[in-house]
Ligand binder design. Structure first.
Ligand SMILES: [Zn+2]
Length: 241
């Protein structure tokens, strides 16, 4: 009885974080109408995850409309409509026990970079977060509407942090909601800087592998993600972007 009360409180706390995460993502320009979704694996039942519902913006998530879904993509709790691309989430959760949060959005610069077929370079600090940790999915521009397609995205992710879905969007993962949200924002920033630099003309050489790896390690700390997520959450709460 006591345990179930504690679990319920923990679930509510996760749902509240998902609500804030959705508002932060929209404030940071990650919205594309009602497309885009975020999910989080239940800590007490790793075979289930919470997920934003279809037909709503990322900033319209409520405790009541969050769905609970199993790794087969079946809704086990909640009455809202499920995103057809649920399999991005279920297949990554199946493949990666260390991933608890998955975000899929359609950010402009990341899509533009994906369309070039060029790899993400470390032309900025955010780029370093994804050094040798960014997969590329090139099977289709279409929605990821089947377990087989979702498994393809999970394969493209491999042991990495994120995937560029060519001409479509991004999938970013994290152990925490903060890590996935900040990763999504940083990936878009890294792509934007790269496209600006490449558009400007001759880009100078990147720094050495050792130098980039040091920065990657420094900015991959979970505390860094949480501090920056909390800051963006305060900004949303204040009503500033
Ligand atoms: Zn999509």
């Amino acid at each position: 009885m006591l345990k179930s009360t504690r679990e319920k409180a923990a679930h509510k706390a996760i749902k509240r974080q998902l609500i804030v995460a959705g508002k932060v993502l929209v404030a940071q320009g990650q919205d594309d109408f009602t497309r885009g979704h975020i999910s989080f694996r239940l800590p007490d039942d790793p075979g289930l995850f919470f997920m934003k519902a279809h037909s709503l913006g990322l900033d319209e998530i409520t405790v009541a409309n969050i769905l609970t879904i199993d790794l087969g993509g079946k809704v086990v709790a909640g009455s809202a409509r499920r995103h057809s691309e649920v399999f991005i989430h279920s297949e990554i959760f199946k493949a990666r026990a260390d991933v608890n949060c998955v975000i899929h959005t359609h950010p402009t610069y990341s899509i533009a970079l994906s369309s070039t077929g060029r790899p993400l370079k470390c032309y900025s600090q955010p780029g370093a977060l994804f050094f040798e940790a960014l997969g590329v999915y090139t099977d289709t521009i279409n929605l990821i509407r089947s377990p087989a397609l979702g498994a393809g995205v999970a394969r493209a992710l491999g042991r990495g942090r994120a995937v560029l879905l060519k001409n479509h969007g991004v999938v970013v993962t994290g152990a925490t909601i903060a890590e996935a949200v900040i990763g999504t924002i940083m990936l878009e920033n890294g792509a934007m800087v790269q496209l600006l630099a490449e558009a400007a003309g001759d880009v100078a050489a990147e720094f050495s592998r050792a130098d980039i790896e040091k920065l990657k390690n420094d900015i991959s700390q979970s505390e860094q993600f949480q501090i920056n997520f909390d800051y963006l959450a305060r900004r949303v709460k204040r009503g500033s972007k």
